[in-house]
Design a protein around this ligand. Sequence first.
Ligand SMILES: *Cc1c(COP(=O)(O)O)cnc(C)c1O
Length: 377
Amino acid sequence: MNKIEPRKTETKPQPRPGVMAIDPYVPGQSSAPGVGRIFKLSANETPLGPSPRACEALRNFADHLGDYPDGSAMSLRLAIAQKHGLDPERIVCGNGSDELLHLLAAAYVGSGDEGIFTEHGFLVYKIAILAAGGIPIVAAERDLTASIDEILAKVTSRTKIVFLANPNNPTGTYLPSSAIERLAGELPRHILIVLDAAYAEYVQREDYEPGIELARWRENVVMTRTFSKIYGLAGLRLGWCYASSDICDAINRIRGPFNTSGAAMAAGIAALADAEHILRAVAHNEAWRDWLAREIARLGDIKVTASAANFLLLHFTDEQQARAANHFLLGQGLILRAVGAYGLPHCLRLTIGTQEANRFVAAALADFLAIESRARA
Ligand SMILES: *Cc1c(COP(=O)(O)O)cnc(C)c1O
């Protein structure tokens, strides 16, 4: 046996530098103790739930729990490729798109390398960069919207990756395809651009493109997608990405050999086949997001950021009022998402819910403001 020099200062295993610098991701609240009926509007889940076809596929899958899944996710990749007109060889599936974000950072970011994301960007980007040993770099936003100029201004010789959610969570703002094209055009070709299009299906804007075209033609652009949002399968953990063959090759080498479960893949394939369900979800979201934005803005004291996704960012006058509102709503069984960790302590994020939940939350916010103004008087 080789003689190992003991490092006298270390009496127990030490994580790599960077790991302990990570603030663990804290999910939104999902319960309101002591309250009977609950409306969870904190995790951007779809109020319509998954397609009944996905549920049926999952039930039928119960007979196959003893079998290892197809580690290449071939059937699912073919179904995705067919639906979106893609090359199935350039798709990699993951245990949620979160896993793919981590795999991309693990494959392309090394110790001391820099990864850029935006001021109010999705928290997982920072975690993935730190976990890979990299240095997180924050690009300022303008009007709660990612700024291509600010991102480009942060590029150095150490930059390896740029994460951009489009639309972004928790702001709901998006960048038009022309802006994304400019980013891809001006960024050096060795820097990986990850376009996180978790909410793509919800976006009904003429100037929006989720990243398929850029990922198709540019070797440094990856688009990630998820089954957690409009498809209603967050509990099964399923995502995918579209990238160059080289990028797919790299992350296929480091992913777990069976990283997507057979249950998730069976449900995902069935969900993809139910186009009508998605159309219903989009129509519901359009109608109720506009209704909620109008009703809440009408109350006067709460500003609402225009959203392209299935949630709204509500701005209160200050952190204290946001906290009071959150507390009041929780008491009514309405769970919203506090977004202090995103640098927005005076805001709450509200997921578009069922008709009943939406009417209830609008009324509860009106009650909150009325009680507050009475207390001030
Ligand atoms: C919800 C969300 C995801 C999806 O994560 P999954 O791991 O696929 O559930 C990815 N990115 C953003 C910005 C999100 O809001």
